[in-house]
Design a protein. Structure first.
Length: 135
């Protein structure tokens, strides 16, 4: 039993968002208000990155992207944009890098935690014992 991509993505999205909030609180407790703000910024970047991954997944599964080359270009643009946003956040906005890293790790935490929150699979007919037929 597996959820469809359409059904699983909201679960992962919520897990990433909740992870971002919790990790930002922890960073705030460790590094103070600057840590809270920096970590929250990292969590927002993680959430934006997740939404971009979600969009790419929908494009691929919906077959809007039929060309492997086009998909590679879209993935490269997404990754380049992520790198640019992180560079700006850390060098131009002066966010605390340690706390920012804690916040941006919400993406990984959400992807790991997401499957743990999914509903259990119903018993399938192949899991039930085979009844003997007497005749």
């Amino acid at each position: 039993y597996t959820l469809s991509l359409h059904d699983a993505l909201p679960i992962f999205t919520l897990a990433v968002a909740i992870s971002g909030v919790l990790l930002s609180i922890v960073a705030g407790m460790i590094y103070g208000m600057t840590g809270l703000i920096s970590s929250a910024a990292g969590a927002l970047v993680a959430m934006a990155n997740w939404q971009a991954i979600h969009w790419l997944a929908v494009q691929v599964t919906g077959q809007a992207v039929r060309s492997k080359g086009r998909l590679m270009i879209l993935a490269a643009v997404k990754t380049s944009a992520l790198m640019a946003v992180c560079w700006i956040a850390l060098t131009q906005l002066g966010l605390d890098s340690r706390a920012f890293i804690i916040g941006i790790s919400a993406l990984v935490a959400g992807i790991v935690i997401g499957p743990l929150t999914m509903p259990e699979a119903p018993d399938s007919p192949t899991d039930s014992p085979v009844e003997e037929q007497h005749g």
